[in-house]
Design a protein around this ligand. Structure first.
Ligand code: FES
Length: 172
């Protein structure tokens, strides 16, 4: 018996492109800011994620093609950093800091309360698609522990009692 290998990229029907003209132009502009285009990979992943909400496989393939990298190299980078997600996220991303200062100041209680309120575990999204809950490492606000980051807003010295109003404010 002979095993035949197939290149998944050519053996399967091509997926619909996810990078539109504008995004490709943004990527090309970002490449010009770096000594070589491969060096622009991190900001490009940020840009695509900001636009698409996550980094689907097809986006990684297209980025690899534009940067003359292998899809595996782009996937390795996207998978290494916490700030990139390959799963679709909710409208708002809630990050609870679980590093030492925050943990000592009660981030565990905050996380527990959020899990109960939102009825999800870290890494999951609420049924209505509004919130995705994750844990994060130090947010650089240790003197205001426990800290919670919702989208771009940092909430300091958070208590469980404040969570309802914080969630309301985040989803205004
Ligand atoms: S430990 Fe939480 S912000 Fe630094």
């Amino acid at each position: 018996m002979v095993w035949e290998t197939q290149d998944r990229l050519t053996a399967e029907p091509a997926a619909k492109a996810v990078l539109d003209k504008k995004l490709k132009a943004d990527i090309k502009a970002l490449c010009k800011l770096y000594p070589n285009k491969q060096a622009a990979l991190l900001p490009i992943l940020h840009r695509v994620q900001a636009k698409r909400g996550h980094l689907p496989d097809q986006a990684l393939i297209e980025i690899a093609d534009l940067l003359e990298l292998s899809p595996a190299q782009v996937l390795d980078t996207a998978g290494f950093y916490d700030m990139y997600t390959r799963q679709k996220r909710g409208k708002h991303l809630i990050g609870v800091c679980e590093s030492l200062s925050c943990e000592l100041c009660g981030s565990g209680e905050i996380l527990k309360a959020l899990k109960k309120k939102l009825k999800i575990e870290p890494g999951q999204t609420t049924k209505d698609g509004k919130f995705t809950l994750i844990t994060m490492q130090c947010l650089g606000a240790c003197d205001y522990a426990p800290a919670v980051l919702i989208d771009e807003t940092l909430y300091k010295t958070v208590t469980a009692d404040q969570l309802d109003s914080i969630l309301q404010e985040a989803d205004k």
